[in-house]
Design a protein around this ligand. Structure first.
Ligand code: GLY
Ligand code: MN
Ligand code: MN
Length: 492
């Protein structure tokens, strides 16, 4: 129980008259009274009735109940976020904040979920949304967010049916939050307007506790989430096949052809890519987050493609394959590839319930350190290399991370529940060892320089071990070559 007072329930004031923000681009220098009058009427009633709830509505309700139980007596505010300016009056594509999507299943910009404590315990959840545009006051065609410009929105009544939550007008929320009393926690970083309304009511420390809870809540995925992750991976597999089909066109242009090809699959089958695709050919493969993708694609080089489709429900895959552009690995490329593959196999084998989270990382690093010593690149014994972390000059990054709505999911979970924790069924993580020899690394023989290899799969912890969600893509060097040959043969 909290010692702080139960907050006053948020009052429901009369809807306030909102001023219309005219579009800034000056398309409407003047509106005659006759035109304004004409635009008010003659529109069909398109209200939708008897909508089925979204598939995950029972899951979002369960998640909200767990959140409610963790913070009794406190008002909880979880915004979807708002549009961000790209330049002048154009905006970046909107992607709802992960916490909001997780708790509502909704993805509408400016939406806010509020959990209002009930006097009798528990909370009343309400989603605050922009309602359909008013036609009487001209909002729908004169306001930049009017439906005539941005498309039809769901009415509040429709949103209630879809989400299984009461829905209210978000334009009233900041005022209500400003007036309300009692303890409040908010997820920060998404909605400056809401944060401004709460400035004197929230503390960074208490908000951080909310953020940590919401991160840890997502560590174990439910069945809906697992199905979505599989869907994201399946689209990603098709996206990788698309890329192999057009490697000749990429050779004639640049890495951008690969990025664009994968993006097409992501947009057609999903919402977007879950992160900037890394389309790294030749020495670019040694740059971990190479997203400029403006380099050449050359036969004889490796292509490291790290990409993931994000589903329409915002779950993302995160898969990497390192492919020979020519279709065949050179002997040295294959030697390095095989070592990474062996490390990944060892890592995947260590993913099982009850294992320490760090086990798969340690297993993969041990294989890579062993090979590096064997190749004479670092002085052994292997135990000394591992103890001093000397292999990291070439392995560079951790061997994986949780995966879900965020590509690096559950990122603010506490050490004891994540990197220092234990694997449980329903967790989903990447296993992605790599070896990277920088083009200017004078400590390795010249022929190694500029070679980068990573293999990354999405692994679900099951009751008795694990399931590789991305097993639809080949991993061994032989299988990759055979798969590429098949796809290229189909092309001609
Ligand atoms: N694509 C980013 C990562 O593999 O973690
Ligand atoms: Mn990853
Ligand atoms: Mn990745």
């Amino acid at each position: 129980m909290t010692e702080e007072p139960t907050p006053d329930a948020l009052e429901t004031p009369e809807a306030e008259e909102q001023p219309i923000k005219q579009r800034k681009n000056g398309l409407y220098p003047g509106v005659s009274d006759e035109l304004a009058e004409s635009m008010k009427s003659g529109w069909a009633d398109t209200e939708l009735h008897d909508l089925s709830p979204i598939e995950q509505a029972p899951d979002t309700a369960r998640r909200r109940a767990a959140l409610s139980a963790r913070f009794p007596g406190e008002r909880l505010v979880v915004p979807a976020g708002s549009l961000r300016t790209r330049s002048n009056d154009t905006e970046y594509g909107f992607r709802a904040a992960t916490e909001y999507a997780y708790l509502t299943g909704d993805q509408t910009e400016n939406g806010v979920l509020v959990l209002e404590p009930d006097a009798g315990g528990g909370h009343q959840a309400t989603v605050y949304l922009l309602p359909r545009s008013d036609r009487e006051n001209g909002e729908f065609w004169l306001d930049g967010q009017g439906e005539l410009w941005v498309g039809r929105r769901h009415s509040l009544g429709e949103a209630e049916q879809l989400l299984g939550l009461p829905a209210k007008d978000v334009r009233e929320l900041a005022g209500r939050l400003g007036d309300a009393t009692g303890p409040v926690r908010a997820v920060r970083g998404h909605d400056a307007g809401i944060e401004a309304a709460l400035t004197d009511k929230v503390t960074a420390e208490r908000d951080e506790e909310l953020r940590v809870f919401l991160s840890e809540q997502r560590l174990v995925k439910d069945e809906f989430e697992i199905a979505q992750l599989q869907r994201a991976v399946d689209s990603t597999v098709r996206g990788f096949e698309d890329v192999v089909k057009v490697l000749d066109k990429a050779e004639a242009t640049s890495e951008r052809y690969i990025e664009g090809t994968f993006f097409l699959r992501a947009r057609v089958e999903g919402n977007d890519v879950g992160y900037g695709s890394i389309c790294a050919s030749g020495p670019h493969a040694t740059t971990l987050h190479w997203v400029r993708n403006d380099g050449p694609v050359r036969s004889g080089d490796l292509l490291l493609l790290d990409a993931g489709v994000e589903t329409t429900t915002l779950y993302t895959a995160d898969v990497t394959r390192t492919l020979p552009v020519s279709g065949t690995y050179t002997p040295l490329q294959r030697k390095i590839y095989d070592a990474v593959h062996e490390a990944q196999e060892a890592g995947i084998a260590a993913v099982k319930p009850g294992a320490k989270y760090r086990d798969f990382h340690d297993a993969a690093q041990r294989v890579l350190a062993t090979r590096l010593v064997e190749w004479g690149l670092v002085e052994g014994p292997v135990e000394r290399v591992l103890e001093l972390g000397l292999q990291r000059r070439w392995t560079l990054h951790g061997t994986g991370h949780m995966l879900g709505l965020d590509v690096h999911d559950c990122a603010v979970a506490r050490t004891e529940t994540y990197v220092g924790g234990t694997l449980e069924p329903g967790m989903c993580l990447t296993v992605e060892p790599g070896l990277y020899f920088q083009p200017d690394d004078l400590t390795v023989p010249e022929e190694y320089r500029g070679i980068g290899v990573r293999i990354e799969d999405d692994i679900l912890v099951t009751e008795d071990g694990n399931r590789n969600l991305s097993a639809g893509l080949p991993r061994s060097a032989d299988d990759v070559e055979a798969w590429m040959a098949r796809i290229v043969a189909q092309r001609s």
